[in-house]
Design a protein around this ligand. Structure first.
Ligand code: GUN
Length: 285
């Protein structure tokens, strides 16, 4: 029987901390952190994410600005908006919701965001900082996973950590954060041979593969810590993760559920990054 790590509880704690500190810098320094969220087109999933981000900003006491642009917006127009936001003293964090329409080069847009305002930590300069372990912002999902692991005081040092998935947003930075805490890290992916052999060695297993119920009980060592980053739909259209909870939970020592695990952490960490950005830009750090 695994202990369930609740992202609902841990994310609430993070947001409460952010709210408290926001009230304090507002009172002492007159600073209100500001986040700009840019959405292009009408992808329904992106719309839900953006609404949740706006709601979270209001809850912690940030100012938020939403820029909802039509799907026909050109790359030049989008980059012009990013540059305007880079120059705005009211805005401390800029988030351009991905994916962008096909005619826009995501990389060019991300590179246009000022690294100091890049609260997603997607800009190459922030990615490079993470590589060398000298960073202000961490990408929100891997940072949320670390917060969940820390919330249970789970030891990472010397442990076999296996990450399934090598995306720039989750898999690669996730591996780096575990490595910074002295985990022995293996990154696996779609071309990995004998995946189960590798995952069965994992003391800490992070699934970020994007395939519903991909990790099954036979792939997991007894007593492993299993973190599920997936947000998938099962054969009945029901929300599920990358981990087959029913077969994995009996073997794991800790497991995160979907929903209610890593998902709520992502927005909480975005709030934390935006507060950090506001503090840095106002010389408080
Ligand atoms: N689309 C899905 N997740 C994310 C995220 O964390 N940041 C941005 N900018 N877009 C996303």
């Amino acid at each position: 029987m695994a202990k369930i790590i609740s992202g609902k509880i841990v994310s609430q704690r993070v947001r409460d901390d952010v709210k408290r500190e926001t009230e304090s810098i507002k009172a002492k320094n007159g600073i209100v952190p500001g986040l700009a969220v840019v959405i292009v087109g009408d992808d329904p999933a992106s719309r839900v994410y953006v609404n949740n981000k706006k709601k979270a900003c209001a809850e912690v006491g940030f100012k938020s600005e939403e820029y909802a642009l039509s799907a026909e917006t050109t790359q030049e127009e989008l980059i012009a908006l990013v540059k305007k936001l880079n120059a705005s003293p009211e805005i401390n964090g800029i988030l351009v919701q991905l994916p962008l329409p096909k005619h826009i080069n995501e990389k060019a847009v991300i590179e246009a965001i000022s690294p100091e305002k890049d609260v997603d930590a997607f800009h190459v300069s922030n990615v490079g900082r993470i590589m060398i372990g000298d960073y202000h912002f961490l990408p929100c999902t891997p940072a949320g996973v670390m917060e969940l692991i820390h919330s249970e005081n789970i030891e990472i040092c010397g442990k076999n950590c296996v990450v399934i998935g090598r995306s720039n947003i989750v898999g690669k930075p996730m591996a780096m954060l575990l490595l910074h805490e002295n985990g022995t890290v293996t990154i696996t992916h779609s071309r990995t041979k004998n995946l189960s052999e590798i995952t069965r060695n994992a003391d800490i297993l992070v699934a970020a593969v994007g395939k519903p119920k991909f990790v099954t009980g036979d792939m997991v060592k007894n007593g492993a810590v299993v973190i599920d980053v997936g947000m998938d739909r099962d054969e009945n259209g029901k929300l599920c993760g990358d981990v087959d909870f029913d077969s994995v939970e009996p073997k794991a020592s800790y497991i995160t559920p979907v929903p209610g695990g890593v998902g709520p952490m992502t927005i909480a960490m975005l709030m934390k990054n935006t507060l950090m950005a506001a503090k840095i830009q106002n010389g408080l750090i």
